[in-house]
Design a protein around this ligand. Structure first.
Ligand code: C5P
Length: 402
């Protein structure tokens, strides 16, 4: 009884494959699961509420505005009392509603209101499955952490051949068992932006202003967030560290490009700004290589301030991430400077390190940081940068869950 005591909310949407939902209910019940079914208007064209009711031994829900349903169990409660929400079959239409966040019936409202994981089993005509709109919708849903089983390839009811057939009920049952066995990753469905590495500010086509940042700490944070299930955009300057694979990598050179790339990555739930952004750039970089002339005076570089990426993204506004984490490399009165920076740049947390105390930190493999939050300062022991990243990612997951 692999599903003993587990509660599954099964949404049956339209399509000829809806009849297979009855077999799925039978398998789920046999595995010990408790099933509540929701039948969409489209689904009701193919199976009856009566059959689902007989097999689930529960009332079948289909009307959002039914007062009886609301007094028995509100739609919010219905969507949250389950351990897993399963849409089988999932029509192109319901997937498009899910991707767009639209809700105009009970099923789509439950899908928008749920705080549980969702597994979809798509079923539709092969051309509908391969249409650019469905492809984009599926990419959006997968990115948000929606689980997918099938579709299978084979002969379709409409006499065509290809992918689009509903996965067989035993395969859907197996996907449900897997989903319920594995604990959800704490950052699944969350979007994160991480900046990392130095910036290069051109002087002329061959020379630039730079710093010693390797990108190792920022890259490790991006990897740790992705490891907890987040959808991560890593905006990296010309770093020497190897970027992680499971992130969206945007390579930039200058601070100006980094700001633009960060703005393009919004909205996100959390932004971690670990890049060592150059404070200044050359006012007007030369278009051709500056020449050394015998006896000539060296060129004078006029510097202008770069945009402050952290402060720009952390400024109050509709696209501000829920959690903004800045870094501070300080020498001297670490905590006071870092707390001042936290307030001045309007960020929630600052990860501060004393680069004066040990010059092996910048570009090195270890870090000794102090996490400064609204609640105060926490000194962490000296750790490998990957361990600092792991701890920070866990803290971020806890904060976003709260
Ligand atoms: O002001 P300071 O450079 O010490 O602040 C460090 C923090 O600000 C880091 O999180 C760094 O990534 C960010 N920063 C930025 N854009 C700048 C300068 C710093 O995002 N131009």
């Amino acid at each position: 009884m692999s599903l003993s005591g587990r509660r599954i909310l099964l949404i049956v949407s339209g399509g000829i494959a809806a009849y297979k939902a009855l077999e799925l209910v039978r398998l789920l019940r046999r595995a010990g699961g408790e099933v509540r079914a929701v039948l969409t208007a489209g689904g009701a064209q193919f199976v009856t509420a009566l059959s689902l009711q007989a097999l689930t031994e529960h009332k079948v829900y289909s009307e959002i505005f039914s007062l009886t349903d609301e007094s028995e169990m509100g739609h919010i409660q219905l969507s949250r009392s389950a351990d897993l929400v399963v849409v089988a079959p999932a029509s192109a239409d319901i997937l498009a509603h899910m991707a767009a966040g639209l809700c105009n019936d009970l099923a789509t409202t439950l899908l928008l209101a749920t705080d549980k994981r969702v597994l979809v089993a798509p079923a539709m005509n092969v051309r509908m499955w391969q249409h650019a709109a469905t492809v984009a919708n599926m990419a959006t849903l997968r990115e948000r952490g929606v689980l997918v089983v099938g579709p299978d390839e084979g002969a379709m009811a409409c006499n065509e051949w290809g992918p689009g057939r509903l996965a067989e009920p035993p395969a859907i049952l197996a996907a449900i068992e897997t989903a319920l066995a594995a604990p959800a990753l704490p950052l699944a469905g969350r979007r994160a932006l991480v900046t990392s590495g130095p910036t290069h500010e051109p002087i002329d086509p061959v020379r630039y202003l730079a710093n010693r940042s390797s990108g190792r700490q920022g890259h490790a944070i991006a990897a740790a967030l992705a490891g907890l299930g987040a959808d991560v955009t890593l905006v990296s300057g010309p770093a020497t560290a190897t970027p992680p694979e499971d992130v969206r990598l945007v390579r930039v050179e200058t601070a100006t490009e980094m700001l633009r790339a960060c703005q393009a990555a919004l909205p996100v739930d959390v932004g971690v700004f670990a890049a060592a952004v150059a404070d200044w750039r050359v006012a007007s970089a030369a278009g051709t290589k500056l020449k050394k002339t015998p006896g000539g005076a060296p060129p004078e570089l006029q510097l202008v301030p770069n945009p402050d990426i952290l402060a720009t993204i952390a400024a109050a506004g509709p696209s501000r991430p829920r959690l903004v984490v800045g870094f501070a490399a300080e020498t001297g009165d670490l905590r006071a400077y870092a707390e001042d920076k936290r307030r001045r740049k309007n960020c929630d947390w600052i990860v501060a390190n004393d680069v004066g105390a040990d010059d092996g930190i910048m570009g090195g493999s270890e870090n000794e940081v102090c996490l400064i939050t609204e609640a105060g300062a926490e000194a962490w022991p000296r750790l490998r940068k990957e361990e600092v990243a792991g701890r920070l990612a866990e803290r971020i997951a806890t904060a976003l869950a709260g």
